[in-house]
Design a protein around this ligand. Structure first.
Ligand code: 3PG
Length: 306
């Protein structure tokens, strides 16, 4: 089988070597399309492949139509809003992700961002410590749990809101379950977003929520830009010059936000939450193994479009 790694943002070399070892070791062929800049390059590359591994690369109906032999696509990572699952299902293509494999890298970045904003973006001046402050985790999944665990070690109080996780589980972890999102925003100095971009969450981080944060509150987004209501975020930052927004997923109008709120807002130049050697290796190798297992045994663990 021919397995394509299509990554606009490439994996570390060690991860690519590991993927090659797994793919070739199982008797398959590896093809690489890295740092591509045009959609046409992706459409060309998929024309004869049986499987593909992607990161945030968009696997649209057009890409699927250009890949007549495609049987399985694995998103090496957690969020799969870049995969057209309906188009995959229509063609009988198995779609998977690799949950948990890059979570630690994202959790470390979320905490680093809290400290960075609390120390005036590493510019001169008096900052504040995160010790003794309260962080609210919005979605207590793989990343949210790791942020909670690390925040506690740093002396923070942790609250979480997740309608899909029982309160007992949070209490067991030493985390206070929030009764509502509103309550969490009202009580927490930092809010760390770990929600996926799905219809229920898109545009949901709005004026009503963010304006509830206490004085000098900081919203941290290592999730997806789509969950933010950008116009309302701009309004709340205007009305509340004490609030801060730090993000690893730049807004559509990020340049405007940067220009208008240089002290309140910071965005990484390119999404870097999962950009560690470890996360690349964990997610890349897991993706390769999942594809080889699927071809060898039909294993569909982690299938998203069942
Ligand atoms: C994920 O959903 O796994 C993260 O957002 C990482 O995305 P990336 O592979 O594009 O860095």
């Amino acid at each position: 089988m021919k397995i394509l790694v299509a990554t606009e943002k490439p994996f570390a070399a060690a991860a690519v070597n590991g993927i090659r070892g797994i793919v070739e070791g199982a008797g398959h062929q590896l093809a690489l399309l890295e740092k591509y800049t045009e959609k046409s390059q992706l459409l060309q590359a998929v024309s004869d492949v049986d499987a593909m591994i992607v990161r945030s690369d968009k696997v649209t109906a057009e890409v699927i139509a250009a890949a007549p032999n495609l049987k399985i696509v694995v998103r090496a990572g957690a969020g799969y809003d870049n995969l057209d699952l309906a188009a995959c299902s229509e063609r009988g293509i198995v779609a998977m992700n690799t949950p948990g494999q890059n979570s630690n890298a994202v959790a470390e970045l979320a905490l680093a961002m809290m400290i960075f904003m609390s120390r005036n973006q590493f510019t001169p001046g008096t900052g504040v410590e995160i010790k003794g402050k309260k962080v609210g985790i919005q979605a207590y999944g793989n990343v949210g749990r790791l942020v909670a665990e690390k925040a506690k070690v740093l002396g923070m109080e942790v609250m979480a809101f997740d309608p899909f996780v029982p309160a007992e589980k949070m209490i067991e972890d030493g985390v206070t379950p929030a009764e509502s999102l509103e309550q969490m925003y009202e009580q927490c100095n930092y809010i760390s977003l770990h929600i996926p971009a799905i219809p229920a969450t898109i545009g949901s981080i709005n004026y009503n929520l963010v304006s509830r944060m206490p004085k000098n509150g900081c919203l941290v987004n290592t999730a997806r830009k789509e969950v933010i209501n950008e116009a309302e975020l701009e309004k709340v930052l205007t009305d509340r010059p004490d609030l801060k927004y730090v993000t690893d997923v730049a807004a559509v109008h990020q340049a405007d936000l940067d220009a208008k709120f240089p002290k309140q807002v910071f965005a990484t130049p390119k999404k870097m939450g999962a950009e560690t050697a470890e996360a690349n290796i964990n997610a890349g190798l897991a993706a390769a193994q999942q594809i080889c297992d699927y071809f060898a045994t039909g294993c569909t663990k982690f299938q998203l479009n069942k």
